[in-house]
Write a protein that binds this ligand. Sequence first.
Ligand code: SF4
Length: 92
Amino acid sequence: MAGGERRVGLATDVKAMFIRVEIAGAAAKDKELAKKLAEVCPVNIFGQAPDGTATLVEDNLDECVLCELCVQAAPPGGVRVVKLYDGTVLQR
Ligand code: SF4
């Protein structure tokens, strides 16, 4: 890739430079979990679609404070927070 160009993956990460949040398919469809994620995240990265499923608020992704509350609220493998700047991942 040319200098300065950045490879992007999922549509959810196009605006965030430092953080990518991934919600596993089954977890994203869990309406109770979606509600919990929206409640625990201190910087409102999680929202809920009209049908109750989890959404990501792209504009807030880089506000993540790496508190891991979302990771702990979800079942193992449900939520991953990827630090794009060093490649490490918060997960359980
Ligand atoms: S680690 Fe904390 S701030 Fe970051 S997305 Fe999860 S709950 Fe929000």
